[in-house]
Every structure is written in C-alpha cells, then in structure tokens.
Design a protein around this ligand. Structure first.
Ligand code: NDP
Length: 469
C-alpha cells in the first residue's frame, strides 16, 4: 500500500509527486485524462511512484487513513475531483487541495466534506515548478488533528530556510492556508510592481542601459533587498535576445497578465476594511498596462501632456535602493495587518511571525527581509503594524527622505510609479493626526445627514448646515 496519492499531473502536480517520491514516500498518482499519466510514466519513472489511469484502483492503492492531494486548476476542476473521490473514500480519509483555490471555496468544501466524514485541508503551495520539485513553501489550513496526519510529509518535502527550519507550518483551520497563500501572492504583485518601477526609474531618470541596470539589481542583492525576485530581476535584464536583437527585455510586450490571486487579495482587503494600497496599485498597474493599444495611440498624439522639469538625483542607485526598501516595508506592513485582521474575523489565530518564517525560502517572495519581520513578531507577539517595530521605525525614518526625492523626480518626469506613491502616502497618513477625514464627514453629514463625531463627544451628531427645503 502507498503512503500518499496525488491527482493532477500538470506542471505542479508532476513536480510535487517526484519531490514526494524523492523523500522516500511511496506515492500513487492519477490524472483524469490518461495522456498526462502516460507522459509522467515515460518521462519520470521513479521507484517510489506508481501511476494509475483508473481512479478506483488509485484509491485502493492507498494506506488508511488515505491522504490524497489534488493539484488541479482551481475552481470547478477541484469540485469534480472531490465528487469523483467521495464515493470511494472512507470516514477519516483526508483530501488536500494543493492548488490556488479561493479561501472562501475552501471554507465551503471543508464544511461540506465534514458533514460526510471526510477531512479536508486547503494547502497553499508557493515556488512554481522548481519549488514543487525541489521544495516549496507550504501553508496548510486544516484542523490540528489532520495536521498530525499530514504535517510530517508536508514539512519533509518543503523548502528549508538557511537555519534548517522547514518552510511549512500549520496556519489555522479551513481556509487559513489558502488565505495565507492568496495574500502572499498579493504581496508578490506589490514586490514585482516596485521592482518594475525601479527599473523604469533607472532607465529613464538614470539613462542606464540594460546591463548597467542588471548590475545595479545584482548589487542590491548583496544588501537589505536580498531576495529571489531581485536576483531574477538582474537575470531578466541581462538576458540577450534569442533572435540576436540586443536584450530580450526590450522585446517583451509592455502589457502584464494575471491569474487573479492579486485581485482576490485586493477584494478581500476591501471587504475587511484594510488598506492594501500597494497591492491595489500593483493590480491596477497591470490593468492599465493591458490597455496597450490605447496607451500607444495617446503616446503618439500631437496634443501630448507636457512633462515638467526632470530632477537630477545624486547617486541614483543608492537613492532608489533606500526608496525601494521603504516601499517594501509599507507593502509587508499592509499585508501583515491584513493577516492580523482576517485572522480575527475567521478565528484562525494566525501566527504572523511563523508566516514570515515559512516565507524565508521556497516561495517567490523569499527574502532576507522576512527574517527581520519574523524577529519583529518574536520580540513583540502583539505587534500590529510592522511600522511600529523599533527596527522598522528607524529604517522608515532613514529611507523616507530618499523615497520623497524619488517620488518628486518621477512625478516631474512623467514616470508612473503608483506603488511608490501609495507607499509614501500610506506611511504619511498612518503617521499623521490629520488626514482630512473631518472634511469628508462634514460633506457626508451635509448631503445625507450621516452624522459626525464632535471632538470630545461620544454620541454622533447631525448639524443643520443650511435650510435645504
Ligand atoms: P496545469 O495546467 O499544468 O495542470 C492542471 C492540472 O489540472 C492538469 O493535471 C489537468 O489535467 C487538471 N485538470 C484540469 N481540469 C480538470 C478537471 N476538470 N478535472 C480533473 N483534473 C483537471 O496547472 P499547474 O500545475 O500549473 O497548476 C495546478 C494548480 O497549482 C493550480 O491551482 C495553480 O493555480 C496552482 N499553482 C500553480 C503554480 C505555478 O507556478 N504553476 C504555483 C502554485 C500553485 P489535464 O491537463 O489532463 O486537463
């Protein structure tokens, strides 16, 4: 009998299956179309992996309680796998959804399956194909009892941080794992947007060529910004065009796609009443980028919007490094506040320090910076906003003048930097005693009698601003 089963032999599923097999676990794999089963058997024969084209035989091959991973396209495909498995499973068997499912769907699937005696875990996995093969960051959401059954194998196959710590930990019940993964992806959007803005600024404010910008990103990777995304940004910039036309970056169409997890994160934050302005900015920037034809047409028009005087920034690479670091602090501060608030809403008891710890390796946002975040939560488990950790407070004080200088230069030079702009505005607003909301309340009360709080009073009041009728 085999230790574990996996359904879905696409990019992620086949790599994850081989990772599991490499760790000495006997695995059964199955795909609803037989082509991928054949491909897997031919391309990746493994002594610990056994492939099935019949789901009944696949289920029969597993030790009890059965542990079955589903790694298929999120949405209806997950439900169809669950429905195919249900009649074949026994009470106490465990289904793990390893894909990028929406956490609300995971919550519904958990309660539906609980009623029929099947355990369900919503497991976030990050790291792409390479991570799945060599060790991803894993975010399981399930009961503690289910985690005692699946935790060891998940921790074994996960990435390990530099201190040997597995990048997998129990996040909380039902949708907690998929929720943590979703916000991780949202933060990934913000990180990438900030990198792309830095690239634009180096290109147009600094007038640097691709190789020079690649070298600057490479240098950044020796400092506080050290991270997987900065490392691969240098690689992307240094890549020569395979058709012999200079650098590849100059031939990539300037229009970004998305699969939706960033948008889900932004929507969940709006529903929770949390300011995720950097992730919003990153999502909006991708939407705007996709209006390529429209943008191009305007850029060639004769009645162009004038550009102001361009600023000259002394030591641009260093100034941008500090500015980018400040923005990163703002993005993660927002993301972790969102974790905190959602945890309260859903009763997940998310451990924010633990989340930062498992992001240190394996996942796309892995970074040196996450070590600092996890330490900040270890020092003060009640920390709400990262901006209040003494270390980050000092960093913000030091980096803010650089960010303001870059923002002013970008605005004057007509370089769109929505995430940088959101970061500066967020930090300013969160450190200000007056953000103009008194004016909003006055207007709301004027036209809609929505009332306002008069300073020092407990009860809301309405003012008769002007005889209306
Ligand atoms: P692929 O498109 O490579 O594979 C999708 C898998 O789902 C295939 O095995 C496919 O089978 C199967 N599938 C599709 N429809 C159905 C269905 N109706 N019933 C049963 N199986 C079905 O996708 P990935 O491997 O890249 O992604 C899998 C999951 O992992 C997704 O949720 C994705 O968001 C998530 N993920 C992906 C990452 C990545 O970097 N690619 C990173 C982290 C998570 P067939 O081809 O035979 O139709």
């Amino acid at each position: 009998m085999n230790d574990i089963g996996l359904i879905g032999l696409g990019v992620m599923g086949s790599n994850l299956a081989l990772n599991i097999a490499d760790h000495g676990y006997k695995i059964s794999v199955y795909n609803y179309t037989s082509d991928l089963v054949e491909k897997f058997t031919q391309e990746h024969p493994h002594e610990n992996a056994c492939a099935f084209t019949d789901i009944k035989e696949f289920v029969k091959s597993l030790k009890s309680p059965r542990k079955i991973m589903i790694m298929v396209t999120a949405g209806a495909a997950v439900d169809s796998c669950i429905e195919a498995l249900n009649p074949l499973l026994d009470t106490g068997d465990i289904i793990m959804d390893m894909g990028n499912s929406n956490y609300e769907d995971t919550r519904k699937r958990c309660s539906y399956l609980k009623e029929i005696g099947i355990e369900f875990a919503g497991v976030g996995v990050s790291g792409g194909a390479k991570g799945a093969r060599l060790g991803p960051a894993i975010m399981p959401g399930c009961t503690k009892e289910v985690y005692t059954e699946i935790g060891k194998i998940l921790e074994d196959i996960s990435a390990k941080a530099y201190d040997g710590h597995p990048c997998c930990a129990h996040m909380g019940t039902d949708g907690a794992g998929h929720y943590v993964k979703m916000v991780h992806n949202g933060i990934e959007y913000a990180d990438m947007q900030l990198i792309s803005e830095t690239y634009l600024l180096l290109k147009y404010l600094g007038d640097y060529d691709n190789q020079k910008i690649a070298d600057i990103f490479h240098e950044y990777n020796y400092g506080k910004l050290k991270s997987y995304l900065i490392e691969i940004a240098a690689d992307v910039l240094a890549q020569k065009d395979p058709f012999g036309n200079g650098y590849l970056i100059d031939h990539i169409t300037d229009s970004a796609g998305q699969k939706g997890t960033g948008k889900w994160t932004a929507i969940s934050a709006i529903n929770q009443g949390v300011d995720l302005s950097l992730i919003d900015a990153a999502c909006n920037a991708r939407f705007t980028s996709s209006h390529l034809k429209e943008r191009l047409e305007r850029s060639f028009r004769e009645d162009k919007i004038p550009v102001g005087k361009t600023h000259v920034i002394k030591d641009l690479p260093k100034t941008l490094e500090k500015s980018l670091y400040l923005c990163k602090i703002a993005a993660y501060a927002q993301g972790f506040v969102h974790y905190h608030d959602a945890s309260k809403t859903y009763g997940w008891e998310l451990d924010l320090g633990k989340i930062a710890k498992i992001f240190r390796s394996g996942c796309i946002i892995q970074a040196k910076f996450l070590d600092t975040i996890s330490k900040a939560y270890e020092e003060n488990p009640n920390l709400y906003n990262l901006m209040d950790a003494p270390y980050f407070r000092e960093e913000i004080k030091e980096c803010m003048p650089y960010a303001r200088e870059v923002l002013a230069a970008a605005v004057a030079s007509a370089i769109p930097v929505p995430a940088l702009s959101a970061a500066v505005a967020y930090i300013d607003a969160m450190n200000s005693s007056c953000v103009g909301a008194n004016m909003i309340q006055g207007l709301r009360d004027y036209f809609g009698a929505h009332t306002f709080l008069y300073a020092g009073q407990d009860k809301p009041m309405h003012h008769e601003w002007k005889k209306m009728f």
